[in-house]
Design a protein around this ligand. Structure first.
Ligand code: KG4
Ligand code: ZN
Length: 342
């Protein structure tokens, strides 16, 4: 059995996990910074990096202790490699995780494995579920920072086939939530409210771009919600005067537009590539509306367990196992990189 310790610090979660053979998460500790960023309505990079510095060592220690080891030293002795998501993300945040991982790998004399966070989001369907996805598959990563489609031959052979030309879908959820004054992050609260609202109350745009396009655009949808709530061309409305049922209707109508758009793009991708299944990852893969809609597709659709939809370290340690088996290690000069290379 190979035991890999994974570290995640790409954005606003400091996380560490121990994963056995790339599939079973033995322990995971996630320290979320949501409380620190909430009042700004989004992630403030400087606050994020400071919080990572404070949390990284306690989070690693807790993960080792929760893994069942008598003390931190015994836990460190048991691991076979150290993995870290070293791209993409906020540079100040990435640097903390990457530095911690390099330090551990060097001090313990164990291999270092740098992985791509977006690729790891796709891999998260493999954690604790015993699934064998049918390949090739279409991959969708939908989160606060990314919305892109991939062709997946294997979890290490992934090609990007489309992506957003402006906002990520999770970002649109967070901004619409700010417009409706529902707080940050927006996804979970809009998802919950949607269940009580009328999805046909407002006809928001479904931006599909060209007939064959696999790209996304969510900024027009976001602006349409802004105009609906605040009015436009002098017809100023007061968002505070919306009734709770109007807020629920707007949330449900916005979610319906997102789900319709994503579902249409996935259908196009299936038609164009003849892939055999769909693999979804990223924070928006927790969305109930999306899960319900995709359950009606006629190919298997694999979602991560709820706890592995949003940022976590298990997915990076899991993906790293594939590189570990091939003895593909990173050197200590590995960089933190702000963009994805996929
Ligand atoms: O994957 P993640 O934790 O971080 C990034 O890599 O961006 O995704 C966070 C995003 C946020 O924008 C959040 O609003 C969204 O995922 N999210 C959801 C749901 N839960 C989280 N969006 C829609 N429905 C949800 N249930
Ligand atoms: Zn993420």
């Amino acid at each position: 059995m190979a035991l890999i310790l994974g570290i995640e610090s790409t954005c606003d979660e400091t996380a560490c996990a121990l994963v056995e053979d790339g599939l079973r998460v033995r322990s995971e500790v996630i320290s979320s910074q949501v409380d620190l960023h909430q009042r700004y309505g989004g992630v403030v990079p400087e606050i994020a990096s400071r919080a990572h510095i404070e949390k990284i060592i306690p989070v690693i220690e807790q993960t080792l202790l929760q893994g069942g080891y008598a003390n931190v030293r015994a836990g460190l002795a048991a691991i076979d490699a150290v993995a870290v998501a070293h791209r993409p993300g906020l540079i100040g945040s990435l640097l903390i995780g990457v530095t911690a991982a390099k330090t551990l790998a060097w001090a313990l004399g164990k291999p270092l494995i740098g992985v791509d966070h977006v690729q790891a989001h796709l891999y998260s369907v493999m954690l604790d579920q015993q699934v064998t996805p049918r390949l090739p598959a279409i991959g969708l990563v939908a989160s606060g920072g990314h919305t892109a489609l991939y062709h997946i031959n294997s979890f290490t052979e992934i090609t990007r086939i489309g992506g957003t030309i402006d906002d990520a879908v999770g970002e649109a959820y967070d901004k619409v939530s700010a417009i409706l004054r529902l707080g940050y992050p927006g996804g979970p609260v809009i998802d919950r409210l949607s269940a009580t609202g009328n999805p046909a109350a407002d006809q928001f745009p479904r931006t599909l771009l060209g007939r064959e396009s696999l790209d996304f655009s969510f900024s027009g949808l976001k602006t349409a919600v802004l105009y609906r709530v605040r009015g436009f061309q002098g017809r100023a409305l007061d968002p505070d005067r919306l009734s709770p049922s109007e807020v629920a209707d707007i949330a449900a109508s916005f979610q319906a537009a997102c789900v319709d758009t994503i579902s249409k793009k996935l259908q196009r991708a299936l038609q164009q590539t003849h892939a055999k299944s769909i693999i979804i990852g990223g924070g928006v893969s927790a969305n109930r509306g999306l899960r319900d809609r995709l359950a009606k597709f006629n190919v298997p659709v694999y979602f991560p367990l709820m706890r592995y939809c949003t940022d976590n370290a298990g997915m990076s340690a899991g993906l790293a196992h594939l590189y570990y088996e091939q003895q593909q290690f990173s050197d200590l000069g590995m960089d933190a990189i702000t963009f994805s290379q996929m």
